[in-house]
Design a protein around this ligand. Sequence first.
Ligand SMILES: [Ca+2]
Ligand SMILES: [Ca+2]
Ligand SMILES: [Ca+2]
Length: 245
Amino acid sequence: MFNNHGWTWKDGFRGCFLCSTALIILLLHPQLSTAAVLLDDFNRPDSSDMGAAWVEQTGDFRIDGGEARSNNLALMTYTGVTGLASSVDVHLNPLTDPQYVALVLGYADLSNNLFVKVQRQSGGSGFFRIFFYYGNNGDNWGTGTNFFDVPVFQSARMSLTLTGAVATLDLDTDFDGDIEHTLSKTGTASHVAGLGTGIGLGGFGEPFIDNFGLGTGLIPEPTTSSFILISSITLLYRRRSHSLT
Ligand SMILES: [Ca+2]
Ligand SMILES: [Ca+2]
Ligand SMILES: [Ca+2]
């Protein structure tokens, strides 16, 4: 068989097959290409100590039942990681009102950050009002209206992206990878100039918070799509290794 510096047509065919298989799996599971990277699933014993990765800048976050909870006006930042997009799962606590969960990007300090929250207003049956703020539950991000209403939801994966001065919040209210609601608002130049690089979470009213991630979209389940992809590659690699001996 033709051999050039150890490469054979057999190797090339197998390499193409491997790449094609991975591409087909990605096409069948498009959420993999936009998946967030899990930073914290909060799956550890109950504690008011959020762990070494978190700095509770104000208020109190705690671990409760494998999720994060917060008291009022709390904000915490995740150390060692920066980015312009993050995401988290939110679940309504039916016992508290009002209540919110916020994603925080560009954290410099409590007064200077992009702070976008989903909120249960007083008397509401669930989350429905989305606020775009500059600072911890602070001032309007930009000018004009600072909130938008969507149909009431009890749970969602919320993803926040900052592109230039434009903040965009995506809501996936049934966790299937498809976005039900996208909301955007443009901040002022001075807002953008005041931002830092930290990322984090805000909370009010003991909401349920889980699966904080860098980037947007769902966190791939290790037993489903990503497992299939990894297994396929592993299987192909083993077959290739055996046939080359
Ligand atoms: Ca705490
Ligand atoms: Ca969890
Ligand atoms: Ca959806």
